[in-house]
Design a binder for this molecule. Structure first.
Ligand SMILES: *[C@@H]1O[C@H](CO)[C@@H](O)[C@H](O)[C@H]1NC(C)=O
Ligand SMILES: *[C@@H]1O[C@H](CO)[C@@H](O)[C@H](O)[C@H]1NC(C)=O
Ligand SMILES: *[C@@H]1O[C@H](CO)[C@@H](O)[C@H](O)[C@H]1NC(C)=O
Ligand SMILES: *[C@@H]1O[C@H](CO)[C@@H](O)[C@H](O)[C@H]1NC(C)=O
Ligand SMILES: *[C@@H]1O[C@H](CO)[C@@H](O)[C@H](O)[C@H]1NC(C)=O
Ligand SMILES: *[C@@H]1O[C@H](CO)[C@@H](O)[C@H](O)[C@H]1NC(C)=O
Ligand SMILES: *[C@@H]1O[C@H](CO)[C@@H](O)[C@H](O)[C@H]1NC(C)=O
Ligand SMILES: *[C@@H]1O[C@H](CO)[C@@H](O)[C@H](O)[C@H]1NC(C)=O
Ligand SMILES: *[C@@H]1O[C@H](CO)[C@@H](O)[C@H](O)[C@H]1NC(C)=O
Length: 888
């Protein structure tokens, strides 16, 4: 079969060449060869009518291909042949799995105007030959693995309008000639390793509309030239090392809607000319060294939606004119030296959603009609010098999710109306103020609140037992007040640290450890005696229990050994009777292990029921102890069609290739054995079972240990293993928690990677129905595509993530008829359930940090399990997102 395939390819190539030599009239032979090479699934119909194949458009005389759109097909292979379609004007290969260098032969496509290679794995440097595509207008190489510098040969692309190379690892600097490209409209090179200065002529001879260079290592000033034509619409320079001012000439660009220059080292003040930019919608300049006052001219930008000036050196007051900004949704000025009143006018911004004034020197009071801004969700005023009382009207802020008033000079009592802010859930922080009086029992109504901090005030009386209504609480802090009486018996309270209640003289009960009884009575000493007596008894008792347990275990062990010996004797007798099968082929890829592995012992191990470790979709796994003492896991392939053993040499090549693929999170084969029609794959033995067992098998966990960091590490490891597979263009056919093994350190190893190479229906080595994967993990599109794809793998991985987050099975009758884990989680908002009701509460209620991480991972899982394959992130991206969650 393999030979036939190879032969037919050869034949096509041969025909193709002869035809080219005879007559160069049409692209038929090239298209047929491309079809063979790329195996485009939709290209199966009429061979003579290639102009009607999906994604193909021909010239008017229907012979030359002018447009080829092969995007979103998970294609791989050698696409060099496309360079022979000489009339091609449009080539779109985006969203596939092409890898290796970009074919230099594309430089021969002299008619090409549009080239899109985004979202592949092209590596190496950009071929200089692309510079000879003289007619090129659109060049998009974003999201590949390109390295090296931007080649100078591209300066001959005089017609280029859109030049996009983002999301690669390009280094060196942005060449000066980019500024000489007179038709350039879009230049996007973000997320690379570009250094040096932005060319000071960039945009000087063209109508630059979009410049996006964020996340590089660019230095020097923002060149004035980019504003020269006045046509700039989007400017993104975030996360670089830029210095100098924001040029006054920015005001030339009336159509500039987005200015994002945060996380640089910019100095100086914001030019007043900013007010001329009537389209300005986003202005983000946080984390720089900008200074001076916040210019009132921002108020002329009537579409301004986001103004973020946080963590700079701004002084003065907030100009009241900003209140004219009817579209303003977020005003973020934290971490500056601003002072004065909280401008009442801002309340007039009817769309205000977030007001973050924290970490400044504001020294006014909280305005009464604050919630004139009906959409306000985040009110962050902590670490200022705000005086006066908290107005009762705060209860009108019905949409508030987070209220931060800590570290100010607030006086008076806590208004009970705060208890009416039903949505308050992220935090209520009133700490480090001068608040007095009792804790209002109304706060007990805040049943979504996660974090409550009233520490370091002069609050008195007792903690109302109504606080037991705050069912979502994880973090509390009542310390350093004048609170007295008994701490109510309420899980979140007793689970807190002592320090959360410390510094209140009259407070007693758990977790403080001070009894609330008559603490001066004569019984006090007696009580202590009793306690120590009890402790001693308990210690003796448990010692006895341990002793008995040891005896029992030893006894059981001895029994077991006896039984095993008997069973072994029987097994040997059986084998003797049935004649041990003869091994016809076998190979160990890892040289150093060859001595330690005995083929016959491995075969014998699979004949004994008691060695069985697990049964999967495609295989049964056995434990095999070698005479050398080495322990192997031996996988006996179940649904191996005859074709596999008939394709032995091909299979062996595939296995050897996999054996060489080394990644920390992949379970690679170390060898194989073939006897009769049976294939055994050998792997290292992994002692800790599977992820499925860890999550769902109650016999595996002696005592349930909530350990979110361990689960997060497992999730990241699995994603890394799968991302690596995709990088080498291997699609996994059966991702499930049952195929993820855990080693002695709970490091995850993705198993069953061979299956994709051994059972590939597109190569005729298995039936399609055999490769759907495991129930509950199968992506919805599989029903009509019948193909497991990279986005399909992302979906299955998303299901594993949901299992990790919820500790629930992918399919469970409890979800209701026809509803699996994915549908159940996606349906939570519609059912009016909060994330808390979805996450495993044993983990999410342990700490605020765990909960936050779990919510962030939940977002990733929802993206991965999106029903539209194209909307799912790539695994490489998933790894990045998860690592970011772990680090923050
Ligand atoms: C078809 O038209 C193209 C130009 O559009 C020309 O180059 C080619 O020679 C024509 N082919 C035939 C077979 O006429
Ligand atoms: C293939 O397409 C060509 C051109 O449209 C048509 O003449 C021919 O009959 C088709 N062949 C088959 C087998 O459908
Ligand atoms: C791809 O095919 C071309 C010929 O069409 C050949 O020159 C080139 O070496 C091949 N590239 C790879 C990576 O196999
Ligand atoms: C481009 O085409 C010419 C002539 O057809 C050929 O000699 C050359 O090798 C091609 N260039 C590449 C990079 O394939
Ligand atoms: C690549 O850039 C072109 C314009 O240069 C654009 O039309 C295309 O949508 C981009 N591709 C992707 C996948 O964003
Ligand atoms: C740029 O990247 C290439 C290839 O990754 C590397 O060899 C070279 O040293 C890098 N140059 C600089 C200046 O970092
Ligand atoms: C860019 O254009 C200017 C003026 O046309 C010219 O002097 C300069 O040499 C050009 N630079 C490059 C690198 O092409
Ligand atoms: C403000 O935004 C609206 C809606 O996007 C748009 O129609 C309008 O032109 C913008 N105003 C200015 C001054 O750009
Ligand atoms: C607020 O602080 C500023 C600057 O320190 C000062 O001039 C002003 O008088 C203060 N306002 C009040 C009401 O204390």
């Amino acid at each position: 079969m393999a030979f036939v395939c190879w032969f037919s390819l050869y034949l096509v190539g041969f025909l193709h060449r002869t035809q080219l030599a005879v007559a160069q009239h049409d692209d038929r032979s090239t298209m047929l060869a491309l079809k063979k090479e790329l195996q485009v699934p939709e290209w199966s119909a009429n061979d003579t009518d290639y102009c009607s194949w999906t994604g193909v458009q021909c010239s008017s005389n229907r012979s030359m291909v002018e447009k080829l759109d092969l995007s979103h097909h998970e294609l791989r292979g050698n696409v060099t042949l496309a360079s022979e379609l000489r009339a091609l004007k449009w080539l779109d290969l985006s969203f596939n799995n092409f890898h290796g260098p970009i074919p230099p032969a594309f430089g021969n496509l002299s008619e090409l105007e549009f080239l899109d290679l985004t979202w592949n794995n092209f590596d190496n440097s950009i071929p200089p030959e692309l510079g000879s595509i003289k007619n090129l207008i659109y060049l998009n190489l974003s999201y590949n693995s390109l390295t090296g510098r931007i080649p100078d040969e591209l300066q001959s692309l005089k017609s280029i309008q859109d030049f996009q190379i983002s999301g690669n690892s390009l280094n060196g600097s942005i060449p000066y000639w980019v500024g000489n490209l007179s038709n350039l409209r879009v230049f996007s090179a973000y997320e690379n390793k570009l250094g040096g200065k932005i060319p000071e002529n960039l945009g000087s001879v063209s109508d630059l509309q979009l410049l996006n260079l964020h996340s590089n290592q660019l230095e020097g000033p923002i060149p004035k030239s980019i504003f020269a034509s006045g046509k700039l619409e989007v400017l993104v320079l975030t996360l670089n090392k830029l210095t100098g001012n924001l040029p006054e000439s920015v005001g030339n660009c009336k159509g500039l809607s987005s200015i994002r220059i945060g996380d640089n080292m910019l100095i100086g003040s914001i030019p007043k000319a900013i007010g001329n930019i009537s389209s300005l919608t986003y202005f983000e300049a946080d984390n720089n060294n900008l200074s001076g006052e916040i210019v009132a001219e921002f108020s002329k930008c009537s579409n301004l939606t986001l103004l973020n000036l946080a963590f700079n050196g701004f002084t003065g007051t907030i100009p009241p004119e900003l209140g004219e900004l009817m579209n303003l949704q977020e005003l973020i000025v934290s971490g500056n030296s601003l002072f004065g009143e909280i401008p009442k006018s801002i309340i007039g911004c009817g769309n205000l959603n977030k007001l973050d004034l924290s970490n400044n020197r504001f020294n006014g009071t909280i305005p009464k009609d604050l919630c004139g801004a009906p959409r306000l969700q985040y009110l962050l005023l902590s670490q200022n010098s705000i005086r006066g009382e908290i107005p009762h009207e705060i209860g009108n802020c019905a949409k508030l999710l987070e209220l931060q008033l800590g570290s100010n000079y607030l006086t008076g009592t806590i208004p009970p109306e705060i208890g009416w802010i039903e949505n308050l859930q992220i935090a209520l922080n009133l700490s480090f103020n001068h608040l007095q009086g009792p804790l209002p029992s109304e706060l007990g109504k805040l049943d979504k609140l996660v974090s409550l901090d009233v520490s370091n005030n002069q609050l008195s009386a007792s903690i109302p037992s109504a606080f037991k209504g705050m069912m979502s609480l994880i973090e509390v802090n009542f310390s350093n007040n004048l609170i007295s009486g008994q701490i109510p018996i309420f899980g979140p309270f007793q689970k807190s640290l002592k320090s959360s209640f410390a510094g209140n003289k009259g407070l007693c009960g758990e977790p403080l450890g001070s009894s609330c009884g008559n603490s001066f009575g004569p019984n006090n000493g007696g009580y202590h005696h009793k306690v120590s007596y009890k402790i001693i008894l308990a210690v003796i008792g448990s010692g006895l229990a341990v002793f008995i347990a040891v005896i029992v275990v030893v006894f059981l062990f001895m029994m077991r050994e006896k039984q095993e010996k008997a069973a072994q004797a029987a097994g040997i007798a059986e084998d003797g009777a049935a004649n041990p099968p003869e091994v016809t082929a076998g190979h160990i890829f890892v040289e150093s292990l060859r001595q330690a592995i005995d083929f016959d012992a491995a075969v014998k191990a699979t004949l004994k029921e008691s060695n069985k470790l697990s049964i999967g979709t495609f295989s049964t796994v056995y434990k095999a102890v070698m005479p050398s003492g080495m322990i192997l896991s031996v996988k006996r392939l179940e649904s191996v069609d005859r074709t596999v053993s008939h394709h032995q040499s091909k299979m062996i090549r595939e296995l050897e290739r996999l054996g060489k693929l080394y990644h920390d999170n992949l379970m690679r084969p170390i060898g194989f054995i073939i006897y009769e029609e049976i294939v055994l794959l050998l792997h290292d033995y992994v002692p800790n079972g599977t992820l499925a067992q860890l999550l769902h098998d109650s016999t595996m966990k002696i005592e349930y240990e909530p350990d979110w960091p361990k689960r997060l590490s497992i999730a990241i490891g699995v994603a890394e293993g799968l991302a690596f597979l995709h990088q080498v263009a291997i699609i996994h056919l059966d991702i499930s928690s049952g195929n993820i093994l855990l080693d002695a350190n709970s490091k995850p190893l993705v198993g069953e990677i061979e299956i994709s190479k051994l059972l590939d229906p597109s190569r005729g080595t298995a039936s399609i129905s055999a490769v759907a994967g495991s129930f509950g993990y199968i992506p919805p599109e599989y029903a009509y595509t019948m193909q497991v794809t990279a986005p399909g793998n992302v979906y299955s991985y998303g299901v594993v993530l949901l299992e990790i987050l919820t500790t629930r099975l992918p399919v469970d009758e409890a979800f209701g008829e026809g509803i699996d884990l994915v549908k159940w989680v996606h349906g939570a908002p519609a059912r009016g359930e909060t994330p808390e009701q979805i996450l495993d509460a044993k983990l999410s209620t342990v700490s605020f940090a765990w909960r936050r991480e779990m919510l962030a991972v939940l977002k990733v899982a929802l993206l991965c399990t999106d029903s539209t394959p194209a909307k799912r992130p790539k695994l490489k991206k998933v790894v990045e997102m998860l690592q970011e969650i772990k680090q923050s």
